[in-house]
Design a protein around this ligand. Structure first.
Ligand SMILES: [Zn+2]
Length: 156
């Protein structure tokens, strides 16, 4: 079971697990959501112009630059990326789904590799993004941006 705990973190509510998981375990299957073209701070991006809302408990997954879960939007699964103990807060790396976020913020996760400004994958280097699981739609947008950059340099 996943429990929503309000307060106690920089982000307000957080999502706590009362069971342990092993790396690779399925934590949660995303169901019952609705698709929208309008991103908000409560949506998750699943395609170039497609987002999902009404996410239930996973709307309370906070961001971390050293996350313990990933969200695979192709499979609609939340998966453990390392062993997770009872009582731990669950979190994921927001730029792994979000290209350009509706509400950017300064990260306070405290991880050594903290990216500081969490505004979406568009604002991070390929080097930084390569440390994480990144969803297909975000990878496609990264490659397109790189291709445009190469074209501009060739023309200059
Ligand atoms: Zn951080």
């Amino acid at each position: 079971m996943l429990k929503i705990i309000s307060g106690g973190s920089a982000y307000g509510a957080r999502l706590i697990t009362d069971q342990s998981f092993r790396r690779g375990d399925l934590i949660y299957r995303i169901e019952g959501h609705r698709f929208t073209e309008q991103p908000t701070y409560q949506t998750i991006q699943v395609g170039r112009n497609q987002h999902i809302e009404e996410l239930g408990v996973i709307a309370y997954l906070n961001h971390s630059c050293q996350p313990n879960t990933l969200i695979d939007v192709t499979r609609m699964e939340v998966v453990a990326v390392r062993d997770i103990a009872v009582g731990e807060e669950l979190n994921f790396f927001y730029p792994s789904t979000e290209w350009e976020m509706d509400r950017p913020f300064i990260c306070l996760c405290g991880a050594p590799q903290c990216v500081r400004l969490v505004a979406g994958a568009k604002y991070l280097s390929v080097d930084t993004l390569s440390r994480y699981f990144i969803n297909q739609h975000v990878r496609e947008m990264i490659f397109e941006t790189l291709a445009q950059t190469v074209t501009v340099e060739r023309d200059a």
